[in-house]
Design a protein around this ligand. Structure first.
Ligand SMILES: [Mg+2]
Length: 297
């Protein structure tokens, strides 16, 4: 089916659209805020709640602290945003807890993900932040560490060759769990400009170790199911997923069975139509642009 422009619907069609879901799961970066909140987002979610829908947030961004998320939700006039937020670091910690994990985690992650894992009581190991000067000295990074029982990749801006050596080496033991959070190969840095994300390094390690990570970030189905569990939702077909990225957001929606709405804050309609196999069910310029439309219902 071709993506439907929500701005083009008549009142009857709009009511049908609004009746087709009970829950909204929304991405944050590029949907609710870029650096600052985007216009009208608070009004959008207020109206959605007035219409009887529940609202949850699902982001691949483990980099922000709780305080930073709380400040951004507050600036966007969204209440209880952080309480209703799912990010990869929390999903990974909850997964480890659910399997009674009791070894150490090797983290190739942002500091916030390490903080979250530690807050769940897990032992974290990481580094080195810089490598040796000569290849001949890199052999030190091939030593195994029997304490390591899991390797986690999640948005480490300081990823380097020693960390990749160590990760690949630990993953040679099949019992070592392997997780990825954000796998974004591309991230929007400025309008119309997609640049490489840290996910490229995870891809290299997966290939070298010949292992598939347990993907607890968008677009992994397990992550979508985890978000449903946290939100107390059982029927994915009654969820509308809102995002700005085709691979991550529309991809997650497709994998999990959500309806999808793409906001064109970091994409053009041409880009969206050109994607070979992922198209959203609906699209709109922004959440703010939908406020006058849904206020009419
Ligand atoms: Mg986004």
């Amino acid at each position: 089916m071709e993506p439907v422009n929500l701005m083009s619907l008549n009142l009857t069609e709009l009511k049908e659209f609004l009746d087709s879901f009970d829950h909204v799961f929304s991405d944050c970066d590029g949907v609710i805020w870029s650096k600052v909140p985007l216009p009208g987002v608070g009004d959008f979610f207020d109206r959605i709640k007035q219409l009887g829908k529940t609202v949850h947030f699902v982001s691949n961004n483990s980099l922000r602290s709780q305080k930073n998320y709380e400040d951004l939700f507050e600036a966007a006039n969204i209440k209880n945003g952080f309480e209703n937020l799912t990010v990869p670091s929390i999903a990974i910690a909850e997964y480890l807890k659910s399997v009674d994990f009791n070894k150490a985690v090797y983290c190739v992650t942002c500091p916030e993900t390490i903080n979250i894992l530690k807050s769940y009581g897990f032992t974290c190991k990481y580094g080195p932040e810089t490598g040796a000067k000569l290849y001949s000295d890199y052999v030190q990074y091939l030593e195994d560490d029997e304490e390591i029982g899991a390797v986690v990749f999640d948005s480490d801006f300081n990823v380097n060759l020693p960390k990749m050596y160590r990760a690949i080496n630990f993953l040679r033991r099949p019992e070592v769990l392997y997780f990825s959070g954000a796998t974004d190969r591309y991230v929007p840095l400025k309008p119309g400009c997609l640049c490489l994300g840290t996910g490229v390094f995870t891809d290299i390690v997966s290939e070298e170790a010949n292992r598939e990570p347990i993907s607890l970030g968008k677009p992994g189905k397990l992550f979508g199911e985890f978000a449903m569990k946290r939100a107390g939702v059982t029927d994915p077909s009654r969820v509308l997923f809102i995002g700005d990225m085709i691979e991550q957001d529309v991809g997650l929606g497709r994998a999990t069975g959500f309806k999808t709405l793409l906001v064109l804050t970091n994409n053009t309609r041409e880009n969206m139509m050109a994607h070979p196999h992922l198209k959203p069910d609906y699209y709109a310029d922004s959440l703010g642009s939908l406020v006058p439309v849904i206020n009419n219902v």
